[in-house]
Design a protein. Structure first.
Length: 162
C-alpha cells in the first residue's frame, strides 16, 4: 500500500469506508421528508488527491438513489480544502472551505448542470463534514434553489466499516 501524500495528512481521518449507522434525514420545504442510507468511501493512490464515492440508497427498499463521486485537494501549506464533485443528477460542483481540527466547512464556488436539468436549479450548496468525538462521521448538506434560500437538505451520521 502507498503512503498518504504529505499534502493530505490533515485529512487522514476521512480515509476508508463509512456506513450510515441509522437512516439519514432528507428535507426541503418543497419535498416530502425522506430517509436514506449511504456508504462513503475515501481512498488515495499516493497522489496529492483523495478519491471519493458517496452512494445513497432508499432506507427501506435499498434501491440506489443519489450518487456523488470526485476528488479532494488541499492548497499546500494551508487549511484550504477543495472538493471537486460530480453527481448522478447531472450536477457538477466545486466546493471549497476550511479544515478546522476534524471539521470541514465547505461552500460551493461553482455549480453547473446539464442543459436538460429539471427545475428548480440548485444555486448554492454548503456542507459540513466532521469526525465527532464519539468516532462517528457526520454530514449536513444545505442548498439554495431558484425557489428557496439556503436550507438544510440532508443530515446523516456514519460509523467506520473499514
Ligand atoms: C430533491 C438536490 C443529495 C434525495 C432534491 C431537489 C434538489 C436536490 C434540487 C428538488 C428540490 C425541489 O424540488 O425544490 C440535491 C443536491 C444533493 C442532493 C444538490 C447533494 C449535494 C441527495 C441525497 C439524497 C437525495 C444524498 C438521498 C437519497 C432526494 C429526494 C428528493 C430530493 C428523495 C425529493 C424527490 C425528488 O425530487 O427526487 N434534491 N440532492 N438528495 N433529493 Fe436531493
Amino acid at each position: 500500500t502507498v503512503e498518504l501524500n504529505q499534502a493530505l495528512l490533515a485529512l487522514d481521518w476521512l480515509l476508508g469506508t463509512w456506513e450510515s449507522d441509522e437512516p439519514g434525514e432528507g428535507n426541503f420545504p418543497s419535498i416530502k421528508p425522506f430517509h436514506y442510507i449511504e456508504t462513503l468511501n475515501f481512498s488515495h493512490v499516493g497522489q496529492p488527491v483523495i478519491n471519493f464515492t458517496f452512494k445513497a440508497f432508499h432506507a427501506e427498499t435499498k434501491k440506489p438513489m443519489h450518487r456523488e463521486c470526485g476528488f479532494i485537494r488541499m492548497q499546500p501549506g494551508t487549511n484550504r480544502v477543495a472538493f471537486i464533485i460530480a453527481q448522478n443528477s447531472g450536477l457538477v460542483e466545486i466546493e471549497e472551505g476550511d479544515l478546522t481540527g476534524q471539521q470541514l466547512n465547505l461552500q460551493s464556488q461553482a455549480v453547473a448542470r446539464t442543459s436538460f436539468a429539471r427545475e428548480p436549479y440548485v444555486q448554492k450548496i454548503s456542507r459540513v463534514i466532521q469526525l465527532r468525538s464519539d468516532g462517528r462521521l457526520e454530514q449536513s448538506v444545505s442548498m439554495a434553489t431558484d425557489n428557496q434560500p439556503l436550507m438544510q437538505h440532508l443530515h446523516i451520521t456514519y460509523s467506520r466499516s473499514s
